[in-house]
Design a protein around this ligand. Structure first.
Ligand code: AKB
Length: 362
């Protein structure tokens, strides 16, 4: 079912009559990244004025008022519901899709088949919708897909340490359903861009322009994540700011890459704005800082004296973190579309996380 979200949604660009309204579609808009992305899309739309495409957001749950504020239309609906997506196709002329909806790595391991259904089935539906859009309006649809370091898989901690900084094309043996699904999403995007309906006589050449980033763990000052395995980083700092004790579910020596939410949003903006000719691949690593859980805890404790942090590793979640790389080679992103991180761990704390989080919990 496609339910327009009732209260509070502002609809300056509501589609009228038979003309479809140009739109940007964001799925999974209620998640952590949706919050940051929609704020940025709204800011860009304000600058573009009346020429800006409508911002259309959907999520399986009702969206929070501050997210609805950023959108022209919001819908409660399931990306696995093909009939609902067909109705969106009839209402909007979608030029860009940001497909954020997914079940993350920890949640996915409790229900792997459901994760596959949502993460792969939902992605195919969105790619199909984008390709159909391109067929009906005759223009390529830009498609952004957030992939993840979960696409990698190291056999052991020793293998992970030996691998060090990994490039996009190595160690692609994911240990989680979510990681398998992200890797498949990358392949499906490439397929829909270059090979979709290869043998059909009425084939549209390159219906979509697929661009993807393998994100590390992301830390936001505004929201607390749920269902992921990199959640220990953001959870630790939010708990300390809220004056709550925190039991970290991985060993102190666990190390994976992280970045702040503004860096992640900046990466999406840069990649989506890059001229196609400058892109040498469809999926890119990005990197910022790679602290151990102990580095994180030390900085949290020096920032919030009295913060209670203990380490009680959970074997299952630890094994997921041990399979993810310590650091990622982002040289292709730097070269092709000018990626560069804005922070070290210390400046991320000092300049972004701590001031905003203190304000949030004041
Ligand atoms: C997760 O932990 O599942 C995500 C991710 C690293 O993609 N945050």
């Amino acid at each position: 079912m496609l339910s327009p979200q009732a209260h509070g949604t502002h609809h300056p660009h509501a589609p009228t009559g038979v003309q479809r309204k140009a739109a940007i579609l964001v799925t999974g808009a209620g998640g952590e990244m949706g919050h940051g992305l929609l704020t940025m899309l709204r800011a860009h739309a304000e600058v573009a004025g009346d020429d800006a495409p409508a911002i259309v957001a959907m999520d399986i749950r009702e969206l929070a008022p501050e997210i609805r504020e950023c959108c022209d239309h919001t819908y409660v609906g399931d990306i696995c519901d093909r009939a609902m997506l067909e109705r969106l196709l009839a209402m909007y002329e979608i030029g860009e899709v940001y497909h954020l909806a997914a079940l993350l790595s920890t949640r996915g391991e409790f229900a792997p088949e459901t994760a596959h259904h949502v993460n792969v089935g939902g992605t195919i539906n969105m790619l199909h919708l984008a390709a159909e859009q391109a067929r009906t309006h005759g223009r390529t649809v830009k498609f952004f897909f957030p992939s993840s370091i979960a696409a990698y898989g190291m056999a052991s901690v020793a293998a992970k340490r030996a691998a060090g900084t990994v490039g996009e094309d190595e160690h692609l043996d994911p240990h989680t359903m979510y990681g398998c699904n992200k890797l498949e999403g990358e392949h499906l995007g490439r397929y829909y861009e270059f090979h979709y309906r290869k043998l059909a006589k009425d084939r549209t050449e390159r219906p979509i322009d697929f661009r993807s980033i393998r994100f590390p763990g992301i830390i936001s000052a505004e929201t607390v994540p749920s269902g992921g395995t990199s959640d220990y980083g953001p959870e630790m700092i939010h708990a300390a700011a809220a004056g709550k004790p925190y039991r970290c579910f991985v060993r102190p020596d666990s190390r994976i890459p992280f970045m702040t939410m503004p860096e992640a949003i900046d990466a999406i903006v840069r990649l989506m704005a890059a001229p196609k000719a400058s892109l040498s691949r469809s999926t890119y690593n990005v990197a910022s800082f790679s602290p151990s859980a102990a580095d994180f805890a030390a900085l949290v404790q020096s920032t919030f004296p009295g913060a209670e942090i203990s380490f009680e590793p959970d074997a299952g979640r630890q094994s997921i973190i041990d399979s993810w790389p310590e650091s990622c080679d982002d040289s292709a992103a730097r070269r092709d579309w000018g990626w560069s991180p804005s922070h070290t761990l210390e400046t991320a704390f000092r300049e972004y996380l701590v001031p905003r989080i203190r304000e949030r919990y004041a």
